[in-house]
Design a protein around this ligand. Structure first.
Ligand SMILES: [Zn+2]
Length: 82
C-alpha cells in the first residue's frame, strides 16, 4: 500500500544543482524534495507548467517542404516545379 498518492508532477533530477552529484534520494520534506548524498543539500524540483509566449516561432516545415524550399532558393527546381 502506498503511503501517499503518486505525484504526477514529480520528476527525477539526474544531477544535484549545487555539486552535480548523482547520488540523489527522495526526501520527505515535501512531495518534490530530494537529498543529495554527496553534499547533503535538500532541495525541490517542481514543475509549474509551460510558458505561453506572445510570439511563438513558426512551426517547423516538413522535410520534403524544406528540401523544396532549399532547391528553389538555390535555383535547382525545374520549370514545371516552380
Ligand atoms: Zn550535491
Amino acid at each position: 500500500m502506498l503511503r501517499r498518492e503518486p505525484n504526477p508532477n514529480r520528476n527525477h533530477p539526474l544531477h544535484c544543482p549545487w555539486c552535480a552529484g548523482e547520488d540523489l534520494f527522495p526526501n520527505e520534506i515535501e512531495d518534490f524534495g530530494w537529498l543529495c548524498r554527496d553534499c547533503t543539500r535538500v532541495f525541490s524540483v517542481r514543475y509549474y507548467g509551460q510558458d505561453a509566449p506572445e510570439h511563438r516561432p513558426a512551426p517547423a516545415r516538413s522535410t520534403s517542404q524544406a528540401i523544396k524550399n532549399s532547391l528553389k532558393r538555390h535555383g535547382h527546381l525545374q520549370e514545371e516545379e516552380k
